[in-house]
Design a protein around this ligand. Structure first.
Ligand code: HEM
Length: 201
């Protein structure tokens, strides 16, 4: 496990602007990492129902990034929506929860995403894909169905994602990118709060 983590952490040497993004969003990453929702994912106490609703909420975000940012030439290893769909099917067999508008909380987030420029849409690629490729490798230990966190080649995927972001990143747009990443962390926090407040039979 430790060797695997070291391999993930040394996958790619980020450029100076990527390092700036990491530094300036670290506060909110640390906050989300210690949010009760993600803490309970780590210790295995998050219910299957909560995690099922979480996947249901994230799926349209992933699909939008794949459609608008990654396009058709996406390598199969990065096709997260397909893996999430597989997980959703598995959870539907063990969770007695109806997925509908009453437990979908991402309309505002999606509306915000749709208004963003093609470059700023990459903030969701940064957040969601790197979350799966880094933190996800730790989180998956205590998750029942983990297709979302399975990659044939984590290092290669990290490299592709980072390069796609760095391609358009420059000194004039990095602060805007950071702003959007911070907004996305807040959308995540809000989603996690709402899901934890749900009551399941
Ligand atoms: C308990 C939950 C989590 C753990 C243990 C965790 C752990 C980690 C670790 C070890 C890294 C690599 C840090 C490094 O390169 O030094 C990382 C990076 C990252 N994580 Fe998390 N994470 C968690 C939750 C999240 C969540 C919920 C999100 C998104 C909402 C997220 C987004 C990211 C991003 C975007 C990066 C890349 C940062 C960068 O290098 O610029 N993480 N995480």
């Amino acid at each position: 496990m430790i060797w695997h983590l070291i391999k993930v952490l040394t996958a790619y040497r980020p450029n100076k602007l990527s390092k700036k993004i990491k530094q300036e969003t670290k506060g909110l990453h640390d906050e989300i990492e210690s949010h009760p929702f993600f803490k309970s994912m780590i210790d295995g106490s998050l219910s299957n129902e909560c995690y099922y609703v979480y996947l249901f909420n994230l799926l349209p975000i992933y699909k939008s990034v794949e459609y608008f940012v990654l396009g058709e030439n996406i390598v199969p290893d990065l096709k997260q929506s397909k893996k999430i769909n597989q997980d959703i099917v598995e959870y539907s067999k063990i969770c007695n929860v109806r997925l509908d508008a009453n437990n979908f909380f991402c309309n505002e987030w999606l509306a915000h995403f749709n208004k963003k420029s093609p470059f700023l849409k990459k903030t969701e690629l940064y957040i969601r894909w790197l979350a799966d490729l880094y933190g996800g490798q730790i989180l998956k230990k205590n998750i029942k169905f983990t297709n979302k966190y399975e990659f044939k080649d984590v290092r290669k995927c990290i490299k592709i994602v980072r390069k796609l972001i760095e391609k358009d990143l420059n000194d004039s747009n990095v602060n805007e990118f950071i702003n959007e990443v911070n907004k996305s962390y807040n959308f995540h926090k809000n989603l996690a709060d709402k899901i934890l407040a749900l009551k399941f039979d």
